[in-house]
Design a binder for this molecule. Structure first.
Ligand code: SF4
Length: 413
């Protein structure tokens, strides 16, 4: 959206500045995100009462009625309207044409291609390859906000990555709402692995990173094809959510913990030093002490490099929100602490193993004290500036690790 406004000769200013138009890309993943989105919409109008306030994105998509009650908002646009946002805002400004036809994404069959508008950092670009999700996990509102699985055409993805590579960017992160479902909606037999293989051929790209991925896709054939690709990074984020089968069932997740462990083993057997990360929800409705203990024991066995721990948060409109036995906040807090401690310990011991070894680092920037970059398995490495004689930005170098500091590695070239 930002790039569309820039192309139409608008000047982009920071959110806290006085602006003529404020675009708030709302999130609806939890009740709290709804509340934060509403606060931001109101705050924007306070910054300039003559401005045009636009609510767009997932909360606008599923919560139009609620947003209509907020007088500060001028326009409410869904996810599909992002593509035409400049025209819609201009019609409102020029003709007071109040847009009122949010597209129902549940019936959207094709991927809405925004063209080459990738979000890029200095050395890394995030490439969206699909939208939507058909999984309907019981706690999640995303399928309603994003609709069914729609995949981006391979030609469009490759074209974008080639243009990114020409700009000198070396790393791409493949992302989407549910990338394991990539290609499900195509007539041809094309899946995620086919796209990764094609990306591996793009000249100039040196690293391919997979965004969060459902473990069900990590099967023998997939991994055998993946390991042949020299640019694929040995960092995998497998969304687990719970390590207890009973809880997984209530969550409507489509795997058992035994299947998940098989996927983990396959990755570890085929990717040296694979850093495996995950998301876990604690205090899901009905999660007994016994279920939580099963999760703890299985997590100890899996030994993730890092876990992102979330306390279950009720999202209205989902099945889990009306389930019996909602868990008390205090218990959620305690369970969360147990897993966060486990995650911190895992990370420290994984990192310590690097002392005395060499790793390849793609350097990003200097903070005045260190030059910083990431390993292929996404651990941050810092090299004191005293050891650096050249501009390392966007350069891959071998670094000898001498120490660790919190979650990071310290080394010298
Ligand atoms: S797979 Fe992910 S996006 Fe899809 S419903 Fe489940 S949690 Fe939500």
């Amino acid at each position: 959206m930002e790039q569309k406004f820039i192309a139409a000769k608008y000047e982009i200013v920071s959110f806290d500045s006085i602006a003529d138009i404020y675009i708030i890309n709302t999130c609806t993943v939890t009740n709290m995100s709804d509340r934060k989105s509403r606060q931001m919409l109101r705050r924007a109008k306070q910054l300039n009462e003559n401005s045009v306030i636009v609510a767009v994105g997932c909360y606008a998509q599923v919560g139009k009625k609620e947003l209509e009650e907020i007088p500060e908002i001028d326009l409410i646009l869904g996810n599909n309207e992002k593509n035409d946002i400049v025209e819609i805002v201009e019609q409102y400004i020029n003709e007071k044409n109040k847009f009122d036809e949010i597209t129902d994404v549940m019936y959207q069959k094709e991927y809405l291609d925004f063209g080459t508008v990738t979000y890029t950092e200095k050395t890394r670009a995030v490439i969206k390859i699909q939208d939507g999700c058909d999984r309907f996990c019981s706690y999640c509102i995303i399928p309603y906000a994003r609709g069914r699985v729609r995949s981006r055409r391979p030609e469009s993805i490759i074209k974008e990555v080639e243009s990114i590579a020409k700009k000198g960017i070396k790393e791409v992160v493949i992302t989407g709402i549910h990338i394991a479902s990539y290609g499900k909606d195509f007539k041809e037999n094309i899946g995620l692995i086919d796209i990764i293989e094609k990306l591996n051929e793009v000249e100039g790209i040196e690293r391919i990173r997979l965004g969060s991925i459902e473990p069900t896709i990590i099967k023998e054939e997939f991994v055998q094809r993946l390991k042949k690709l020299n640019k694929v990074c040995n960092h995998f984020h497998l969304s687990l959510q719970s390590a207890c089968n009973e809880t997984l069932k209530r969550m409507n997740r489509k795997y058992t913990i035994e299947e998940f462990k098989d996927s983990v083993k396959l990755l570890r057997d085929n990717f040296e030093n694979a850093a495996l990360t995950t998301d876990v929800i604690v205090g899901f409705p009905g999660e007994t002490e016994e279920e939580f203990n099963i999760t703890v024991e299985n997590l100890k066995e899996i030994n993730f490099y890092k876990m992102h721990v979330f306390k279950y948060s009720r999202r209205k409109g989902t099945k889990a929100a009306v389930m019996p036995d909602q868990i008390d906040g205090q218990i959620q807090e305690e369970r969360s602490r147990v897993l966060i401690n486990m995650s911190n310990e895992n990370q420290i011991s994984f990192n310590k193993k690097y002392i005395g070894n060499n790793v390849d680092v793609l350097f990003e920037e200097s903070d005045g004290k260190y030059y910083k970059g990431h390993t292929t398995n996404y651990i941050m490495v810092k090299v004191p500036l005293g050891f650096v004689k050249e501009n390392l930005e966007n350069v891959i170098k071998s670094v000898e690790i001498t120490d660790t500091e919190n979650e990071e590695l310290i080394g010298r070239i």
